[in-house]
Write a protein that binds this ligand. Structure first.
Ligand code: BDR
Ligand code: CA
Length: 310
Protein backbone atom coordinates (compact mmCIF):
# COMPACT_ATOMS: atom_id res chain seq x y z
CA UNK A 1 0.00 0.00 0.00
CA UNK A 2 1.12 3.57 -0.68
CA UNK A 3 1.41 5.59 2.57
CA UNK A 4 -0.24 9.00 2.11
CA UNK A 5 -1.32 12.04 4.06
CA UNK A 6 -4.22 13.88 2.46
CA UNK A 7 -4.65 17.64 3.00
CA UNK A 8 -8.04 18.89 1.78
CA UNK A 9 -10.81 21.49 2.08
CA UNK A 10 -14.09 19.67 1.34
CA UNK A 11 -15.56 20.87 -0.97
CA UNK A 12 -17.54 18.64 -3.39
CA UNK A 13 -14.58 17.43 -5.46
CA UNK A 14 -12.49 16.96 -2.29
CA UNK A 15 -15.26 14.67 -1.01
CA UNK A 16 -15.08 12.56 -4.19
CA UNK A 17 -11.28 12.54 -3.82
CA UNK A 18 -11.66 11.06 -0.31
CA UNK A 19 -14.06 8.43 -1.67
CA UNK A 20 -11.56 7.47 -4.36
CA UNK A 21 -8.67 7.36 -1.86
CA UNK A 22 -10.49 5.19 0.68
CA UNK A 23 -12.52 3.07 -1.74
CA UNK A 24 -9.64 2.16 -4.01
CA UNK A 25 -7.77 0.04 -1.49
CA UNK A 26 -4.30 1.03 -2.73
CA UNK A 27 -3.57 3.54 0.03
CA UNK A 28 -2.52 3.47 3.64
CA UNK A 29 -4.00 6.85 4.61
CA UNK A 30 -2.01 7.95 7.66
CA UNK A 31 -4.02 11.11 8.26
CA UNK A 32 -6.39 13.62 6.74
CA UNK A 33 -5.43 17.22 7.47
CA UNK A 34 -7.73 20.13 6.81
CA UNK A 35 -7.12 23.36 4.96
CA UNK A 36 -9.38 26.40 4.87
CA UNK A 37 -10.35 27.25 1.29
CA UNK A 38 -13.65 26.22 -0.18
CA UNK A 39 -15.07 27.31 3.15
CA UNK A 40 -13.74 28.31 6.58
CA UNK A 41 -11.60 25.84 8.59
CA UNK A 42 -14.56 25.21 10.90
CA UNK A 43 -16.76 24.16 7.98
CA UNK A 44 -14.22 22.20 5.91
CA UNK A 45 -13.20 20.28 9.06
CA UNK A 46 -16.81 19.46 9.83
CA UNK A 47 -17.40 18.41 6.21
CA UNK A 48 -14.37 16.12 6.21
CA UNK A 49 -15.50 14.49 9.47
CA UNK A 50 -18.96 13.91 7.99
CA UNK A 51 -17.66 12.40 4.75
CA UNK A 52 -15.18 10.17 6.58
CA UNK A 53 -17.97 9.02 8.91
CA UNK A 54 -20.21 8.29 5.91
CA UNK A 55 -17.58 6.20 4.14
CA UNK A 56 -16.52 4.42 7.34
CA UNK A 57 -12.92 5.69 7.26
CA UNK A 58 -11.17 5.43 10.61
CA UNK A 59 -8.31 7.84 10.23
CA UNK A 60 -6.81 10.61 12.37
CA UNK A 61 -8.05 14.03 11.27
CA UNK A 62 -6.07 17.18 12.07
CA UNK A 63 -7.35 20.74 12.12
CA UNK A 64 -5.23 23.07 9.95
CA UNK A 65 -4.56 26.78 9.65
CA UNK A 66 -7.55 29.11 9.73
CA UNK A 67 -6.22 31.45 7.12
CA UNK A 68 -3.49 31.73 4.49
CA UNK A 69 0.06 32.59 5.57
CA UNK A 70 -0.10 36.32 4.81
CA UNK A 71 -3.47 36.97 3.18
CA UNK A 72 -7.11 37.24 4.05
CA UNK A 73 -9.13 34.04 3.70
CA UNK A 74 -11.10 33.75 0.49
CA UNK A 75 -13.72 31.02 0.14
CA UNK A 76 -15.47 29.43 -2.85
CA UNK A 77 -19.06 29.45 -1.64
CA UNK A 78 -20.12 30.43 -5.18
CA UNK A 79 -19.28 26.84 -6.18
CA UNK A 80 -19.65 24.83 -2.97
CA UNK A 81 -22.43 26.73 -1.18
CA UNK A 82 -22.89 28.06 2.33
CA UNK A 83 -21.77 24.84 4.07
CA UNK A 84 -18.97 24.11 1.59
CA UNK A 85 -20.74 20.84 0.83
CA UNK A 86 -24.26 21.88 -0.13
CA UNK A 87 -26.60 19.33 -1.70
CA UNK A 88 -26.84 16.01 0.11
CA UNK A 89 -28.01 15.50 3.66
CA UNK A 90 -25.01 13.91 5.35
CA UNK A 91 -24.91 11.92 8.61
CA UNK A 92 -23.70 13.57 11.80
CA UNK A 93 -19.98 13.05 12.26
CA UNK A 94 -18.95 10.45 14.81
CA UNK A 95 -15.24 11.06 14.20
CA UNK A 96 -13.53 13.94 16.01
CA UNK A 97 -10.41 15.94 15.26
CA UNK A 98 -7.08 15.23 16.97
CA UNK A 99 -5.98 17.62 19.72
CA UNK A 100 -2.92 18.88 17.80
CA UNK A 101 -2.65 20.84 14.54
CA UNK A 102 -2.06 19.56 11.00
CA UNK A 103 1.54 20.78 11.11
CA UNK A 104 2.28 18.86 14.33
CA UNK A 105 0.34 15.83 13.13
CA UNK A 106 2.30 15.59 9.88
CA UNK A 107 5.56 15.98 11.83
CA UNK A 108 4.66 13.20 14.27
CA UNK A 109 3.64 10.82 11.48
CA UNK A 110 6.73 11.48 9.37
CA UNK A 111 9.02 11.17 12.40
CA UNK A 112 7.60 7.71 13.13
CA UNK A 113 7.38 6.62 9.47
CA UNK A 114 9.67 3.79 8.40
CA UNK A 115 9.05 4.44 4.71
CA UNK A 116 8.59 7.68 2.79
CA UNK A 117 5.09 9.17 2.75
CA UNK A 118 3.36 10.88 -0.20
CA UNK A 119 1.46 14.10 0.51
CA UNK A 120 -1.76 14.76 -1.43
CA UNK A 121 -2.96 18.37 -1.05
CA UNK A 122 -6.20 19.36 -2.78
CA UNK A 123 -6.78 22.76 -1.17
CA UNK A 124 -4.66 25.87 -0.55
CA UNK A 125 -1.12 24.82 0.44
CA UNK A 126 -0.98 26.66 3.79
CA UNK A 127 -0.59 23.60 6.05
CA UNK A 128 2.04 21.99 3.86
CA UNK A 129 4.12 25.17 3.65
CA UNK A 130 3.91 25.80 7.40
CA UNK A 131 5.02 22.21 7.97
CA UNK A 132 7.95 22.50 5.53
CA UNK A 133 9.14 25.71 7.16
CA UNK A 134 8.76 24.36 10.71
CA UNK A 135 10.28 20.90 10.15
CA UNK A 136 12.73 21.19 7.23
CA UNK A 137 14.67 18.12 8.44
CA UNK A 138 11.60 15.93 7.78
CA UNK A 139 11.55 16.78 4.07
CA UNK A 140 13.50 13.64 3.28
CA UNK A 141 10.59 11.58 4.66
CA UNK A 142 8.35 12.86 1.87
CA UNK A 143 8.27 10.69 -1.25
CA UNK A 144 6.39 13.17 -3.41
CA UNK A 145 3.65 15.80 -3.32
CA UNK A 146 0.78 15.01 -5.72
CA UNK A 147 -1.39 18.09 -5.71
CA UNK A 148 -4.39 19.68 -7.37
CA UNK A 149 -3.64 23.30 -8.14
CA UNK A 150 -2.48 25.79 -10.71
CA UNK A 151 -2.63 25.65 -14.46
CA UNK A 152 -0.35 25.81 -17.47
CA UNK A 153 -2.42 27.99 -19.71
CA UNK A 154 -5.44 29.09 -17.66
CA UNK A 155 -6.96 30.15 -14.36
CA UNK A 156 -10.36 30.12 -12.70
CA UNK A 157 -10.00 32.84 -10.02
CA UNK A 158 -8.34 35.26 -12.39
CA UNK A 159 -7.64 34.67 -16.08
CA UNK A 160 -4.34 33.01 -15.10
CA UNK A 161 -4.60 31.91 -11.46
CA UNK A 162 -6.31 28.82 -10.09
CA UNK A 163 -8.20 28.98 -6.75
CA UNK A 164 -5.92 26.82 -4.52
CA UNK A 165 -2.77 28.68 -5.56
CA UNK A 166 -4.43 32.11 -5.69
CA UNK A 167 -5.78 31.60 -2.14
CA UNK A 168 -2.29 31.24 -0.64
CA UNK A 169 0.39 32.05 -3.22
CA UNK A 170 3.22 32.35 -0.67
CA UNK A 171 2.47 28.85 0.62
CA UNK A 172 2.44 27.52 -2.95
CA UNK A 173 5.80 29.22 -3.61
CA UNK A 174 7.28 27.43 -0.58
CA UNK A 175 5.99 24.07 -1.85
CA UNK A 176 7.13 24.49 -5.47
CA UNK A 177 10.61 25.63 -4.42
CA UNK A 178 11.01 22.86 -1.79
CA UNK A 179 12.96 20.45 -3.99
CA UNK A 180 10.44 17.68 -3.20
CA UNK A 181 9.21 15.85 -6.36
CA UNK A 182 5.81 17.29 -7.30
CA UNK A 183 2.99 16.11 -9.51
CA UNK A 184 0.81 19.05 -10.48
CA UNK A 185 -2.76 18.39 -11.61
CA UNK A 186 -3.86 21.84 -12.68
CA UNK A 187 -6.84 23.15 -14.59
CA UNK A 188 -5.51 21.99 -17.98
CA UNK A 189 -6.01 18.39 -16.95
CA UNK A 190 -8.91 18.82 -14.52
CA UNK A 191 -11.00 20.57 -17.17
CA UNK A 192 -10.70 17.33 -19.13
CA UNK A 193 -11.59 15.25 -16.04
CA UNK A 194 -15.27 15.93 -16.64
CA UNK A 195 -18.25 14.39 -14.96
CA UNK A 196 -21.48 14.38 -17.00
CA UNK A 197 -25.10 13.63 -16.09
CA UNK A 198 -24.72 10.04 -17.31
CA UNK A 199 -21.84 9.54 -14.85
CA UNK A 200 -23.93 10.94 -12.00
CA UNK A 201 -26.69 8.49 -12.97
CA UNK A 202 -24.15 5.63 -12.92
CA UNK A 203 -22.99 6.73 -9.49
CA UNK A 204 -26.54 6.79 -8.14
CA UNK A 205 -27.20 3.33 -9.60
CA UNK A 206 -24.45 1.81 -7.44
CA UNK A 207 -26.99 1.89 -4.65
CA UNK A 208 -24.92 2.31 -1.47
CA UNK A 209 -25.18 5.38 0.76
CA UNK A 210 -21.78 6.77 -0.22
CA UNK A 211 -22.81 6.60 -3.89
CA UNK A 212 -26.11 8.36 -3.16
CA UNK A 213 -24.23 11.17 -1.40
CA UNK A 214 -21.65 11.33 -4.20
CA UNK A 215 -24.44 11.66 -6.79
CA UNK A 216 -26.17 14.40 -4.76
CA UNK A 217 -22.83 16.19 -4.39
CA UNK A 218 -22.21 16.05 -8.14
CA UNK A 219 -25.74 17.29 -8.87
CA UNK A 220 -25.05 20.42 -6.80
CA UNK A 221 -21.48 20.84 -8.12
CA UNK A 222 -22.73 20.66 -11.72
CA UNK A 223 -25.02 23.65 -11.27
CA UNK A 224 -22.06 26.08 -11.22
CA UNK A 225 -20.39 24.42 -14.22
CA UNK A 226 -23.54 24.35 -16.38
CA UNK A 227 -24.16 28.00 -15.60
CA UNK A 228 -20.62 29.39 -15.82
CA UNK A 229 -18.60 26.91 -17.89
CA UNK A 230 -20.83 26.18 -20.85
CA UNK A 231 -17.77 25.42 -23.00
CA UNK A 232 -17.48 22.18 -21.01
CA UNK A 233 -20.70 20.99 -22.72
CA UNK A 234 -22.59 20.17 -19.54
CA UNK A 235 -19.62 18.55 -17.84
CA UNK A 236 -18.29 19.58 -14.42
CA UNK A 237 -14.53 19.66 -13.84
CA UNK A 238 -13.87 17.04 -11.18
CA UNK A 239 -10.55 18.50 -10.07
CA UNK A 240 -9.35 16.96 -6.82
CA UNK A 241 -9.60 13.20 -7.44
CA UNK A 242 -6.98 13.68 -10.20
CA UNK A 243 -4.25 14.05 -7.54
CA UNK A 244 -5.14 10.58 -6.19
CA UNK A 245 -5.90 9.05 -9.61
CA UNK A 246 -2.37 9.83 -10.82
CA UNK A 247 -0.97 7.79 -7.92
CA UNK A 248 -3.32 4.90 -8.77
CA UNK A 249 -2.59 4.84 -12.49
CA UNK A 250 -0.31 7.48 -14.02
CA UNK A 251 -0.78 5.80 -17.42
CA UNK A 252 -4.20 7.42 -17.88
CA UNK A 253 -2.51 10.86 -17.75
CA UNK A 254 -0.22 12.76 -20.07
CA UNK A 255 2.39 14.69 -18.13
CA UNK A 256 5.56 16.63 -18.81
CA UNK A 257 8.43 17.48 -16.44
CA UNK A 258 8.52 21.29 -16.23
CA UNK A 259 10.01 24.06 -14.19
CA UNK A 260 7.19 25.76 -12.26
CA UNK A 261 7.39 29.00 -10.25
CA UNK A 262 4.57 30.78 -8.43
CA UNK A 263 3.86 34.49 -8.96
CA UNK A 264 3.29 36.08 -5.55
CA UNK A 265 3.58 39.76 -6.47
CA UNK A 266 2.06 40.33 -9.91
CA UNK A 267 -0.56 42.97 -10.30
CA UNK A 268 -2.64 40.91 -12.74
CA UNK A 269 -1.10 37.53 -12.08
CA UNK A 270 -1.10 36.88 -8.31
CA UNK A 271 -1.12 33.15 -7.67
CA UNK A 272 -0.30 32.10 -11.22
CA UNK A 273 1.76 28.96 -11.62
CA UNK A 274 4.29 30.03 -14.24
CA UNK A 275 4.89 26.73 -16.02
CA UNK A 276 7.80 26.58 -18.45
CA UNK A 277 6.01 24.08 -20.66
CA UNK A 278 8.41 24.48 -23.60
CA UNK A 279 11.52 24.67 -21.39
CA UNK A 280 12.48 28.08 -22.76
CA UNK A 281 14.32 28.92 -19.52
CA UNK A 282 16.31 25.67 -19.60
CA UNK A 283 15.84 25.29 -15.84
CA UNK A 284 15.83 21.96 -14.01
CA UNK A 285 12.19 20.73 -13.92
CA UNK A 286 10.65 20.69 -10.40
CA UNK A 287 7.25 19.22 -11.26
CA UNK A 288 5.62 16.56 -13.37
CA UNK A 289 2.81 18.61 -14.87
CA UNK A 290 -0.35 16.82 -16.02
CA UNK A 291 -2.14 18.17 -19.09
CA UNK A 292 -4.41 15.37 -20.32
CA UNK A 293 -6.39 12.43 -18.94
CA UNK A 294 -8.38 9.49 -20.30
CA UNK A 295 -11.69 10.65 -18.93
CA UNK A 296 -13.59 7.38 -19.24
CA UNK A 297 -10.89 5.48 -17.33
CA UNK A 298 -10.93 8.15 -14.63
CA UNK A 299 -14.69 7.92 -14.15
CA UNK A 300 -14.54 4.11 -14.08
CA UNK A 301 -11.83 4.32 -11.41
CA UNK A 302 -14.10 6.51 -9.27
CA UNK A 303 -17.20 4.34 -9.82
CA UNK A 304 -15.23 1.20 -8.84
CA UNK A 305 -13.94 2.87 -5.66
CA UNK A 306 -17.38 4.11 -4.61
CA UNK A 307 -18.74 0.61 -5.14
CA UNK A 308 -16.41 -0.63 -2.38
CA UNK A 309 -17.69 1.90 0.16
CA UNK A 310 -20.60 1.45 2.60
C1 BDR B 1 -9.96 23.78 -6.73
O1 BDR B 1 -10.61 24.79 -5.98
C2 BDR B 1 -11.61 24.23 -5.16
O2 BDR B 1 -12.80 24.93 -5.29
C3 BDR B 1 -11.75 22.79 -5.59
O3 BDR B 1 -12.04 21.97 -4.45
C4 BDR B 1 -10.43 22.45 -6.20
O4 BDR B 1 -9.51 21.99 -5.21
C5 BDR B 1 -10.22 24.01 -8.21
O5 BDR B 1 -9.75 25.25 -8.61
CA1 CA C 1 -10.23 21.33 -2.98
Amino acid sequence: KIPVIIDCDPGHDDALMLMLAFGNGLFDVKAVTISAGNQTQEKTLNNALKILTLIGAHVPVYRGAEKPMFRQLITADYVHGETGLDGPSLPKATLTAQPVTACEGIAEILTRATEKVTLVPTGPLTNIAIFLLAYPHLKNKIERISLMGGGIFRGNMTPLAEFNIFADPEAAAVVFSSGIPITMCGLDVTHKALVFQKDIDALRKIGNKSAAAAADLMDFFSIFYRKHRSELDGGAALHDPCAIAWLINPDIFRTKPCYVAVETKGELTRGTTVVDFYNVLEMEPNAEVAYDIQRDEYITMILNAVQNLP
